[in-house]
Design a protein around this ligand. Structure first.
Ligand SMILES: CCCCCCCC/C=C\C/C=C/C(=O)SCCNC(=O)CCNC(=O)[C@H](O)C(C)(C)COP(=O)(O)OP(=O)(O)OC[C@H]1O[C@@H](n2cnc3c(N)ncnc32)[C@H](O)[C@@H]1OP(=O)(O)O
Length: 719
C-alpha cells in the first residue's frame, strides 16, 4: 500500500507501507500509481515527497512474488511516470534504498538521504539485474566505472559514499522527511528537464571498448559460472553505447533471460535459506522464538593457533571483551602479534579504529574465572580437549557456557566430562574464522535450548550465518565431505589425475577442487583423523594399508602421499607441486603421475579414461546422498540448513543453491538412478547406495524441496 497526505498545503507526501522493508509488492505498486496520479491531479499540490513507513525507504521488488504469477501494475511504466511528472518529486531516503527501491529514487528529480541510510542495486546477488531502468540511469548519473562496480557487485554504499558518487543530492542527520518536505516546497515550479536522468548522456570514457573488455574479463573470472554479473556488464554497456530507449530494450531482453533462469531461482532460494536457518529448532521441539539466550559480554578463547586467533579477532570486532589463553609462552607472544595485525588490517578495511584493549592475553586459565562464555580451540585431540574442559569446569563461574570449536569430535563425550553437560555446545568455525561467514552450532544430547540460543545469537552478533545441527561424526559439513573425498580418491585409483578431478569440480563452480583444497588445508589433517579411526594403519601381515576395511572399499592414496612427507602447500608438495613450501601456485607434478601408475600396477588396477561427467556425478551425488541421510536422521533439520552450510563453508557455488537445492533441480529420480548405477559398479561403496529418504521422496513422485519436510517428519517418526 501507499498512503497519500498533503503537508503544509502544497506538498503531497506519499508513504510506502509494506513492513518490514516496504518491498514493492503489487499492492505497493498500485498504491504508488494511485497516489502519484492523485498528486498530479490535485491543483493544490505543487511538489511531491516519497518516503517509506517506519524510517525505511524501500527494500526493492518483492522477491517472494518472483516465483508466482506477477500481478499489479508493472514497475517500469510506474517509474517512468514519476520521472515524467511535471511536479518535482523528491525521494526521502531513510534506512535502505535497495534494488527497485533505489531505481524508484533514481526516477525522482531529487534524492535526500539520512546519514545512516544504505543504498545499492543488489539484484545481481539474486541472479538478476536492475531492470527498472537502474542499469540505464545509474551510469548516466555517476559514470560507467562507478556504475559497473555497484551493479556487478551489488554492494551497498553508505549515504556518505552515495553523496560523493552523486547518487544523492543531500545528506542529513535530521528528520529526513521534514528536510525533504521543506526542500520540495522550495523547488515547486522550477524546470525539471535537467533533473531527469534518462535525458542525460552517459558520461564518456577514454576507451569504452577497452573498459568493457576489462570489466567483462574481471567479472567472468570471479563469477564462477554465474550469468547475472555478465548480463549486468552487457546492460551497462548498452547504457554507454545506445540511446536511452534502446538501452532499456536491451535491459529488458537481458532481464527476461535471467528472470527465468535456474540461477535466479537458486540465488533467491539462497536468500531466503539464509534467513530460514535463523529459525532453528531442536528435536525436543525447542526453537528460536521460544528460548531466551543467556546474556554474554565477557568471553574467552582457549588455544591460539590459527583457529583460536581468528575467533579472538571475530569476537573483538563484534564488540566482546576476550580473555585469550595460550599456555605456551612463545606461541602466546606470536599469537598476540598476529591478532594485533589482523585487527589493524580489519579496522583499516572497515575505516574504523582497531580495538585492542578489550583483549586480555594470558598463559593461565585464571582470568577465565569471570567470563560468560568460553570457546575452546585447542588442537583436535579428544584427550587434550577433555583436559581443557575439566580445567574450565573447575575455574569458571557457575552458568558459564562451554563451547568447543571441534570440527567433528563427539560433543556428548566432551560434555560428559563436565558437571554441567547442558552448558556445552559446539561452535564450529571455518578457517579463517574472522573471514568465513559460516558457523555450525552443534547441540549434544544434553545441550540446553538456552545454550543453543546463546551460541546462535553470538554467531549472529559476529556477523556469521549460523546453522544449528545435531551431533555426529563430522557434524553436517564434514560428514558430507567424507563420501565426496572418498569418490575423489577412488577416481584417482581408477585412472583420473588430481587435475582432472579438480577441473571438473571447479568448472561446476567450486573455488577449488578437492585436491587443491586438500593441499591448502593440509593433507595430513585427514590422515591424522584416519589414523585415529584405525583406517590409515598398515596390516601387520602384509605391511600395506588394506584397500578393504570393515567390508567397505578404502583408498589409502592420501595416506601414502603423507607417508612421503607431502602435506600440501606447507611442504611445497602434495597432490600438486609448489615453487617453495608455503607456495600458492599449484602445478601438476610428474611425480604424482608416476606414483599413481605404480600404485595402480601394485594393486592390479587397470586405469581407464574418466569422463568429467562421471567425476561430477560420483562426487556430488555421493555428497547429496549423505545430505539426505543427515536429514533422515534429523542431524540437519531442513535442506536449507545443508545448503547454507555448503554455500558459506565449502564454496558450493551460490548460483547453484546448495547440494539439496541442486538435487531438486537435477531431479531426485535421476540422482537415485545414477547412484544405483554407480553402486552396482562399486557394490563395496555403501555411500553410493541411495538412502531411505531419497528413495521415499522418489517413490511419492519427487515433491519439490519445500515439501520435503513433511516426508522427513514421517520417516523420522518411523525410526
Ligand atoms: C520476464 C521478465 C519479467 C521481469 C519482471 C520483473 C521486473 C523487475 C524489475 C526490476 C528489478 C528489481 C528487482 C529488485 O528490486 S530485487 C530486490 C532487491 N532488493 C534486495 O536485494 C534487498 C534484499 N533484502 C536485504 O538485503 C535485507 O533484507 C535488508 C538489507 C533489506 C534488511 O536486512 P535485515 O534488517 O537483516 O532483515 P532481513 O534480511 O532479515 O529481512 C527482514 C524480512 O524482510 C524480508 N525481505 C527483505 N527484503 C525483501 C524483499 N525485497 N522482498 C521480499 N522480502 C524481503 C526478509 O526475507 C525477511 O523476512 P523473512 O524471510 O520472513 O525473515
Amino acid at each position: 500500500m501507499a498512503q497519500f497526505s498533503r503537508v503544509s498545503g502544497s506538498v503531497g507526501l506519499i508513504t510506502l507501507q509494506n513492513p518490514p522493508v516496504n518491498a514493492l509488492s503489487a499492492a505497493v505498486r498500485q498504491g504508488i500509481v494511485d497516489t502519484v496520479n492523485k498528486a498530479l491531479q490535485e491543483p493544490e499540490v505543487k511538489s511531491v515527497v516519497i518516503c517509506g513507513q517506519n524510517k525505511v525507504f524501500c527494500g526493492g521488488a518483492d522477491i517472494k512474488s518472483f516465483r508466482g504469477v506477477m500481478t499489479g501494475p508493472p514497475l517500469i511504466p510506474m517509474i517512468h511516470a514519476i520521472e515524467a511528472s511535471t511536479k518535482p518529486v523528491v525521494a526521502a531516503i531513510e534506512g535502505i534504498a535497495l534494488g527497485g527501491g533505489l531505481e524508484l529514487a533514481l526516477a525522482c528529480h531529487y534524492r535526500i538521504s539520512h546519514t545512516k541510510a544504505r543504498l545499492g542495486l543488489p539484484e545481481v546477488t539474486l541472479g538478476l539485474l536492475p531492470a527498472a531502468a537502474g542499469s540505464q540511469r545509474l551510469p548516466r548519473l555517476i559514470g560507467i566505472t562507478a556504475a559497473l562496480d555497484l551493479i556487478t557487485t551489488g554492494r551497498h554504499v553508505t549515504a556518505a559514499e552515495a553523496l560523493q558518487l552523486g547518487i544523492v543530492d543531500h545528506v542529513t542527520d535530521q528528520n529526513t522527511v521534514d528536510v525533504a518536505l521543506k526542500f520540495a516546497s522550495s523547488v515547486a515550479g522550477k524546470p525539471l528537464d535537467a533533473r531527469r536522468i534518462s535525458l542525460y548522456p552517459c558520461p564518456p570514457s577514454d576507451d569504452t571498448d577497452a573498459l568493457f573488455e576489462e570489466a567483462m574479463q574481471r567479472v567472468r573470472r570471479s563469477a564462477r559460472g554465474a550469468i547475472a554479473p555478465v548480463a549486468c556488464v552487457q546492460a551497462v554497456r548498452a547504457a554507454a553505447t545506445l540511446p536511452y530507449a534502446q538501452g532499456l530494450e536491451r535491459e529488458k531482453e537481458l532481464m527476461a533471460t535471467l528472470f527465468t533462469s535456474g540461477q535466479a531461482r537458486a540465488l533467491q532460494y539462497s536468500f531466503f535459506a539464509q534467513r530460514a536457518v535463523g529459525r532453528w529448532s531442536m528435536p525436543s521441539g525447542a526453537q528460536w522464538d521460544t528460548v531466551e539466550p543467556l546474556p554474554v559480554q565477557k568471553t574467552a578463547v582457549i588455544g591460539l593457533g590459527t583457529m583460536g586467533r581468528g575467533i579472538v579477532v571475530a569476537l573483538t570486532q563484534a564488540g566482546f571483551s576476550v580473555v585469550a589463553v595460550e599456555t605456551h609462552e612463545k606461541q602466546l607472544t606470536q599469537a598476540k602479534q598476529a591478532i594485533e595485525e589482523m585487527l589493524i588490517r580489519g579496522a583499516k578495511r572497515r575505516g574504523v579504529t582497531p580495538e585492542h584493549d578489550t583483549i586480555t592475553y594470558s598463559h593461565s586459565m585464571e582470568p577465565v574465572a569471570n567470563v560468560d562464555l568460553v570457546i575452546e580451540a585447542v588442537f583436535e585431540d579428544m584427550v587434550l580437549k577433555e583436559k581443557v574442559f575439566q580445567q574450565l569446569s573447575a575455574v569458571c563461574k557457575p552458568g558459564t557456557l562451554l563451547c568447543t570449536n571441534t570440527s567433528g569430535l563427539d560433543i556428548d563425550h566432551l560434555a560428559s566430562k563436565t558437571p554441567n553437560p547442558e552448558l556445552v555446545v559446539g561452535m564450529h568455525f571455518f578457517a579463517p574464522a574472522h573471514v568465513m561467514k559460516l558457523l555450525e552450532v552443534v547441540y549434544g544430547r544434553q545441550s540446553s535450548p538456552r545454550a543453543v540460543a546463546t551460541a546462535m545469537q553470538l554467531g549472529k552478533k559476529m556477523g556469521k550465518v549460523s546453522v544449528a545441527v545435531g551431533n555426529c561424526l563430522g557434524f553436517v559439513g564434514n560428514r558430507m565431505l567424507k563420501p565426496y573425498m572418498n569418490q575423489a580418491f577412488f577416481l584417482l585409483e581408477e585412472g583420473a589425475s588430481p587435475e582432472l578431478v579438480d577441473q571438473a569440480l571447479e568448472e561446476f563452480g567450486f573455488i577449488m577442487g578437492p585436491f587443491r583444497m586438500s593441499d591448502l588445508s593440509g593433507i595430513d589433517v585427514g590422515w591424522r583423523i584416519r589414523k585415529e579411526e584405525g583406517l590409515a594403519v598398515p596390516d601387520q601381515r602384509t605391511g600395506q594399508i588394506p584397500r578393504m576395511q570393515k567390508g567397505c572399499r578404502y583408498s589409502p592414496v592420501g595416506d601414502l602421499i603423507c607417508e612421503q612427507g607431502r602435506f600440501g602447500q606447507k611442504t611445497g608438495q602434495g597432490w600438486y607441486r609448489y615453487d617453495k613450501p608455503g607456495g600458492r601456485v599449484a602445478r601438476p607434478d610428474p611425480w604424482m603421475q608416476t606414483f599413481l601408475n605404480q600404485y595402480r600396477a601394485t594393486h592390479g588396477l587397470v586405469p581407464r579414461r574418466i569422463d568429467p561427467k562421471e567425476v561430477l556425478e560420483r562426487c556430488l551425488y555421493a555428497l547429496i546422498n549423505e545430505g539426505f541421510q543427515t536429514l533422515e536422521e534429523g542431524i540437519a533439520a531442513a535442506p536449507e540448513d545443508i545448503d547454507v552450510i555448503y554455500v558459506f563453508g565449502y564454496s558450493w557455488p551460490q548460483h547453484r543453491g546448495g547440494p539439496m537445492f541442486y538435487a531438486d533441480m537435477v531431479g531426485l529420480e535421476k540422482i537415485m538412478d545414477r547412484l544405483e548405477h554407480y553402486h552396482q559398479a562399486h557394490p563395496d561403496v555403501p555411500s553410493l547406495q541411495p538412502c531411505n529418504l531419497l528413495r521415499k521422496l522418489v517413490a511419492i513422485g519427487s515433491p519439490p524441496i519445500h515439501k520435503w519436510s513433511q516426508v522427513m517428519k514421517t520417516l523420522r517418526s518411523q525410526l
